[in-house]
Design a protein around this ligand. Structure first.
Ligand SMILES: [Zn+2]
Length: 287
């Protein structure tokens, strides 16, 4: 009599499936090709942050240190995901990309978007790091930093690092350039298009116009916004973000309405963070 073949037990199939998926995941996470960075890593799961980045967060981000333990973990996972998704490219004499560079750049981006858990500046997937000021062939000028609609962020490492030297002077190139990127991703056609409330942005810009004219007329000696903020509305926004994170109380005392508009826009409030360990603005703040 012929014997029928025994079916493959389900457990064997599941085991193969599990190891198969694990292998593909491992390959995707550790392959450093630009194709993977650009197209695939955005779909990966969250994973724990690699330990080598930890000291850089602790030493450079008062925002991170003020978070509750649960929020710290969330911040770390998002930092790892940001690093996994981006291609960091050394330029003009930068020998290699260090863990410090990755941690500080990712940390700045995640601090800015802490209120938006799904925003990763996906449009800007290449980050160019120069040692110092660099010459841009597009603007024909020297720059400390630049956000380009073609999908790249460029930074002078020297000036970027200077932003971390003092946490309360309202000058931080990382927040500044990420703020430009944030405004741009909202208007260019990309997966993160139109994520923030445009009405709030318009209200912010209206208020900003008043502040810009005060700066241009050197009217207010109390203004926490440096002269450069008077250049135009985009520069005002980027400078306001720097001041928002580094001099939150002074900002609030100077113009509480503008402060509230910015915290609604970013869904983050540094003053609330200092009190509760959670910076996220849950409810709409009344205007
Ligand atoms: Zn700028």
């Amino acid at each position: 009599m012929e014997q029928t073949e025994a079916p493959v037990p389900l457990i064997v199939i599941l085991t193969f499936l599990f190891f198969g998926i694990a292998l593909v995941y491992y390959i995707l996470v550790y392959i450093n090709s630009s194709f993977v960075k650009k197209y695939l890593k955005r779909y990966l799961f969250y994973r724990k942050m690699e330990k080598k980045y930890q000291p850089y967060l602790t030493h450079n981000f008062p925002f991170y240190n003020a978070l509750s333990d649960k929020n710290k973990l969330h911040f770390e996972k998002r930092v790892q995901r940001f690093i996994d998704m981006k291609q960091f490219i050394p330029r003009g004499g930068i020998g290699e990309i260090t863990p410090e560079m990755k941690a500080l750049i990712a940390g700045s981006a995640i601090q800015l978007t802490f209120g938006y858990p799904y925003i990763y500046f996906k449009h800007f997937w290449r980050i160019l790091i120069y040692p110092d000021n660099y010459y841009s062939t597009i603007t024909k000028n020297y720059h400390k930093g630049e956000v380009n609609l073609g999908g790249l962020i460029a930074l002078s490492w020297k000036h970027f690092k200077e932003g971390f030297r003092c946490h309360a002077d309202g000058i931080h190139l990382g927040f500044h350039e990420m703020a430009h990127a944030l405004r741009l991703i909202n208007i260019v056609d990309n997966p993160e298009y139109d994520f923030y409330d445009r009405r709030v942005m318009k209200a912010f810009d209206r208020e900003a116009r008043r502040e810009i004219s005060k700066i241009r007329r050197s009217e207010s000696t109390l203004s926490p916004f440096r002269e450069y903020a008077g250049t135009n509305k985009d520069e005002f926004f980027a400078v306001a973000v720097e001041v928002f994170f580094e001099q939150a109380k002074a900002f609030y005392n100077y113009n509480p309405r503008l402060y509230r508009l910015l915290s609604m826009l970013l869904k983050t409030d540094p003053i609330l963070l200092a009190r509760t360990g959670d910076p996220r603005v849950q409810k709409q703040v009344r205007r």
